[in-house]
Design a binder for this molecule. Structure first.
Ligand SMILES: Nc1nc2c(c(=O)[nH]1)N[C@H]1C(S)=C(S)[C@@H](COP(=O)(O)OP(=O)(O)OC[C@H]3O[C@@H](n4cnc5c(N)ncnc54)[C@H](O)[C@@H]3O)O[C@H]1N2
Ligand code: MOO
Length: 399
């Protein structure tokens, strides 16, 4: 059985970014920038006031001085006048600083009398001025390629003068559940029907990562039905199957896909849950075969498919799984040859201590209730020795 890290690297080896498209800034939140974003404008474009008040020469910024108001410059209406000693211009937050002025005095510290103002306090040279380009300069790279755009970045892109952004195309991912017992939520159920929770869960997760994932029609446990399902694969950037991957008589995915050009890279890895994970290529379409047990399908999605989606979107993928340390909340027996991903609760601890990770007593890979109540996976290396509660362990937080 293949090591988890090796399996992950082998999946990533086959994947390259799937393309780009241009979208408006209004719909770019959550997308990934395909190329560095250079500012088309400087921010602020000119030096502006950060307060409502008066633009003066610094040498006049002394308590008791009386200055003559020579004009007014609301934001968007710059003054063409030059401020000289003994004079000032009335301005407002966002007003361009007039020529000659290098200091802004706030109106609360001024006593106005008709066309003059008297200073009630000293001012510092340069105060209350937002310098031209102090936020960013035209031509500056404000966001790097591969960056996941947040609402804050949309604000930045707009301020930098962009209406359209080139982002990675959302990878088209088909989720193909298999099995005669599988029904859709709400379908009339036979006594032994199993609802397609796995595909809904994986689809929701992959869409949350930026994929354009859809549920394909459920394939039945026969070659014909599985073959028909493959027709959809050629339009996909990634095919993800669920179930039919193990060693049972009706676990037909490998055999049914072979005549359609499936080149299997690996099948079976040293992981729990997730042993029957498959990876290969169906014609030009990369394929990942997830185990049918829904918890195993989700854990494998977190460990492998998440990285695959990031690679297809052109985001950086760390070679190693991103883990954190925690304190083990209960004793654990010696591990066998499979790397374990135990569903656990992670409880914050006071005074900067590491959080407490307590695995659930049942780790059955069909228990969605426990998966939903978990907020982390506790990771144990193959053959890890028995450990006592209180020791440091590795965890992955669950989204
Ligand atoms: N003799 C062996 N039996 C099994 C082995 C093994 O090594 N030797 N491996 C076990 C492990 S580990 C897993 S995981 C499962 C996975 O097998 P498959 O990938 O072939 O999955 P199925 O047999 O199709 O289904 C397993 C289980 O999950 C339910 N299921 C399937 N699809 C879905 C879905 N979309 N949503 C919800 N539930 C689903 C299905 O009804 C079965 O109960 O094999 C073990 N057996
Ligand atoms: O590895 Mo299976 O994935 O035990 O449920």
């Amino acid at each position: 059985m293949l090591d988890v890290a090796v399996a992950r690297a082998r999946i990533l080896e086959k994947l390259a970014p799937c393309g780009q498209e241009t979208v408006s800034i209004a719909s770019a939140c959550g997308r990934v920038l395909a190329s560095p974003l250079l500012a088309r404008l400087s921010n602020p474009p000119v030096s502006v006031s950060s307060m409502d008040g008066y633009a003066v020469c610094a040498e006049d910024a002394q308590k008791g001085a009386t200055l003559t108001i020579i004009g007014e410059a609301p934001a968007g209406h710059p003054s063409s006048l030059t401020v000289t000693k003994g004079h000032c211009i009335r301005l407002f937050t966002g007003s361009q600083i007039p020529t000659g002025a290098d200091t802004v005095l706030i109106q609360e510290n001024m006593q106005r009398d008709g066309n003059t103002v008297t200073l009630l306090a000293d001012g510092q040279q340069g105060q209350f001025i937002r310098k031209q380009g102090q936020d960013f300069q035209r031509g500056e790279t404000v966001l790097p390629a591969g960056h996941l755009l947040t609402a804050r970045d949309i604000g930045l892109a707009a301020a930098a003068g962009h209406v359209w952004l080139t982002v990675s195309r959302r990878p088209r991912v088909g989720i193909l559940a298999t099995g005669d017992e599988i029904i859709l939520p709400g379908d009339p159920a036979q006594p032994d029907s199993i609802v397609n929770s796995g595909a809904f869960m994986v689809t929701a997760y992959l869409n949350s990562l930026g994929a354009d994932a859809i549920l394909l029609p459920v394939a039945r446990d026969n070659g014909e039905s599985l073959s028909a399902a493959i027709e959809h694969a050629s339009h996909l950037d990634l095919l993800v199957t669920i179930g039919g991957a193990s060693v049972g008589t009706y676990d037909l995915v490998r055999d049914a896909f072979k005549p359609h050009g499936l080149e299997l890279d690996f099948w079976k890895i040293a992981m729990r849950p997730g042993r029957p994970l498959m990876s290969g290529q169906l014609g030009k379409t990369p394929m990942i075969g997830l185990p049918g047990n829904p918890v195993a399908a989700m854990v494998c999605s977190l460990v492998f498919v998440q990285a695959a989606i990031r690679a297809l979107i052109g985001q950086k993928v760390s070679e190693k799984l991103e883990t954190e340390t925690a304190i083990l909340g209960s004793d654990l027996k010696q591990n066998d040859q499979r790397q374990d991903f135990l569903r656990c609760t992670l409880t914050p601890q006071p005074d900067g201590q590491l959080p407490l990770a307590t695995p659930f007593a049942s780790q059955d890979s069909a228990q969605l209730n426990i998966l939903a109540k978990s907020n982390a996976l506790l990771i144990r290396a193959p053959h890890a020795p028995a450990v006592k509660a209180g020791t440091v362990c590795n965890i992955m937080r669950l989204p």
